[in-house]
Write a protein that binds this ligand. Sequence first.
Ligand code: 5AD
Ligand code: SF4
Length: 483
Amino acid sequence: MYNEMDFDKSALNSAPPIEEPARQYYYMERCRAWVRNFQKEKGRAPKACVINMGCQMNARDSEKLAGILKQAGYEEEEREAQADFVIYNTCTVRENANMRVYGHLGQLSPAKKKRPYMKIALCGCMMQEPEVVEKLKKSYRFVDLIFGTHNIYKFAELLYTCLESKRMVIDIWKDTDKIVEDLPSERKYSFKSGVNVMFGCNNFCSYCIVPYVRGRERSRKPEAILKEIRRLAADGVAEVMLLGQNVNSYGKTLEPPCSFAKLLQKIEEIDGIKRIRFMTSHPKDLSDELIDVMKHSRKICRHLHLPVQSGSTEILKRMNRRYTKEQYLELVRKLREAIPDISLTTDIIVGFPGETEEDFEETLDVVRKVRYDSAFTFIYSKRTGTPAAAMEEQVPQEVVKKRFDRLLCEIQSISAQVCAVHTGKVMPVLVESVNDHDSSLVTGRLDNNLLVHFPGDEELIGTIVNVKLEECKGFYYLGTRKF
Ligand code: 5AD
Ligand code: SF4
């Protein structure tokens, strides 16, 4: 964890500063005073539990929430029911993400009845949906704090307001163009970190709720990103994952503009950073410049997550993806020509409104032609307010389920073959942890994101070592270290 600002405690006697992040450091200090009182009363520090329910962007936000809670004096607690402050960082990309939140709240309600001073907070994408907030206000009165994605930087201030209030505190913004830098963060891993490069999305794929809940595209300034990564490197981080809904359109609105490829080149120069990953790439915006930078880079991982969503040009059009099947396949050809060992992964939606058997066959065809290393497959979920939700011809559930199973079968058999091609090679592995099931082994990742288990100990965590890939077990390798 790092703090960018040493807050002058005497300032606590005056009004909160207007400018950020000074204002938030002021409120962190106020929360600390609250925590000291709690400690005096209860004879222990309060405990906080941060539950991340979304994507990597959400996970990064959760690290920021945890950083602020730590700065405020909270201890970490993994069990929700045992914590004094629980915050759910929610997702809403598919309906089942929403259902999970209500499930968690239902389970937590008895704990709160037993310990009324417990505080429950909800934030993240799902809170940007007005119907959700209405439902919470009506049926989940025991929730104490609700805020959305645009004002997450205000968490310290909201936490303080919530601690001091007996009523439900709600603060949701429709949109923002503000980016607040230099707030604390508590990293989950010592050796790798997500780094936001941009927020929001302007693509408006017709099925997707993200542009409505994350707002318009905003890029961080290159200097702010580079400063953060230099600090991370100094702190022992070897791998960064650059995060954005659509990293390929990074920097277009900056003054002066800076392409994502240029940003990557600057990050490459930072000593100590050994691997650079990024996600997510939209196929329509993937530039030749980026392919060229990847090709010549020593640090950018040879892995690209390139969501195709569907193989049917007709469905892609209705999804507002702005590429055809042929253009996607051509992009893959170009990538493989430039970087023959690149590993490709994707996202696919099954059962988009109007998807016919022929459309689905086109998707299978793309899967067979591209031969992905792995693919995330999703059943289409209707999201209120998106154009696709109003489309007729929703595909019957039984049909979707059958297609989904067929797709999964195809993907699994291809990816088992694709993953096995490295058997016998010696490749660099970034060691991430001691193996969960066998403590004589450690687990690490290849540049292409595949997991490798091999004999080793804790000391190796965070280092890159050469490992001979002895045996492929479908989605991971067993290996031995080579000196
Ligand atoms: N239904 C199903 N899957 C969806 N995704 C986004 N919106 C929906 C939806 N309404 C999937 C896409 C995206 C991934 C993050 O989630 O495949 O790439
Ligand atoms: Fe991430 Fe989208 Fe879910 Fe938000 S709605 S957490 S941006 S996947």
